[in-house]
Design a protein around this ligand. Structure first.
Ligand SMILES: C[S@@+](CC[C@H](N)C(=O)[O-])C[C@H]1O[C@@H](n2cnc3c(N)ncnc32)[C@H](O)[C@@H]1O
Length: 218
C-alpha cells in the first residue's frame, strides 16, 4: 500500500464525522458514510482493509469491464468492502443472484446484505477460497473479481489463490485484480503458474490512481 499522503477534504470531513468533531458536517450521503466506514475499518485493521477509502466509480467500472455477463455461472467477488465494485458489476449486467461476495469484515457483510439482498454474502477468508466457497459454488464461475490487498501476502500465497480461483472458473475466465502499485500484483510471467496477464491503463481519476490486471488460464 502506498504511504499515506495528506488526506483529501472528503476524507478529512469523514474523519471529523467519525470522531464527532465539533462543527463536523452531518454525514447523510452514502459515499461519505462509506468513506467513514472504510476509514474506521482501516484504523482497526490497516493490513486487512488495504486502503483508506473505497474505490472510485471509474476504477470499479474498469474492474467490471473485464467480466463478460454472457458467460454462464456465478461471479465471485473477493473483498467487496462497501460494494463499489459490486455495484459496477450489477450495472454491467450481472444479476445480483449470480454474485458471491466474500468479505472478511462482518460490518461490511451486514451492509452488503442490505445493499445487495439477492446476492450471496459470505463472511470468511477469501485467501482460503476453496474451503470458504467449496460448498457454495456448484458450477464453473464466469469471473473472480478481487480487491484484496494482495501485496500484504507472500507471492506463494497469491499464486495459490490465483490457482484455486482458476480451478473454480471456466477456462479463459478472468481473475481481475486492482493495485495501486506500479508492478503487477502477481508477476506477468512466473514459473509457478500457467496464465496470461493483461493490464488496463492507469485509472488516474481514482484516489490513489490504480491499475487493473486480469489473469486468464487457457
Ligand atoms: C482495498 S479494500 C477494497 C474494498 C472494495 N472492493 C473497494 O474497492 O472499495 C479490501 C477489502 O478486502 C477485505 N479483505 C481483506 N482481507 C480479506 C480476506 N482474507 N477475506 C475476505 N475479505 C478480505 C477487506 O475487509 C476490504 O473490504
Amino acid at each position: 500500500m502506498p504511504p499515506l499522503r495528506r488526506p483529501s477534504t472528503k476524507l478529512q470531513a469523514a474523519l471529523g464525522a467519525l470522531q464527532g468533531a465539533p462543527g463536523a458536517p452531518r454525514v447523510r450521503r452514502d459515499p461519505l458514510e462509506d468513506e467513514a466506514r472504510f476509514l474506521r475499518s482501516w484504523f482497526e485493521r490497516p493490513l486487512v482493509t488495504g486502503s483508506v477509502t473505497p474505490s472510485g466509480k471509474m476504477l470499479a467500472r474498469t474492474m467490471a469491464s473485464y467480466v463478460d455477463p454472457r458467460m454462464a455461472g456465478p461471479v465471485i467477488e473477493l473483498g467487496p468492502g462497501t460494494g463499489p465494485v459490486t455495484e459496477a458489476l450489477v450495472r454491467r449486467g450481472i444479476e445480483q443472484e449470480r454474485l458471491i461476495l466474500v468479505e472478511y469484515n462482518p460490518d461490511f457483510c451486514r451492509l452488503l446484505r442490505t445493499r445487495f439482498p439477492r446476492a450471496t454474502v459470505v463472511q470468511g477468508d477469501a485467501y482460503d477460497i476453496t474451503a470458504t466457497l467449496g460448498a457454495l459454488v456448484h458450477e464453473k464461475a464466469a469471473a473472480t473479481v478481487s480487491s484484496l490487498p494482495l501485496f500484504t501476502k507472500p507471492l506463494e500465497q497469491r499464486l495459490k489463490l490465483l490457482n484455486a480461483a482458476h480451478a473454480m472458473m471456466h477456462a479463459g475466465a478472468p481473475f481481475v485484480q486492482f493495485t495501486y502499485a506500479v508492478v503487477p500484483p502477481i508477476p506477468e510471467r512466473c514459473d509457478a503458474g500457467t496464465y496470461t496477464a493483461s493490464r488496463s491503463n492507469r485509472v488516474w481519476l481514482n484516489l490513489p490512481p490504480a491499475r487493473v490486471w486480469a489473469y486468464r488460464r487457457p
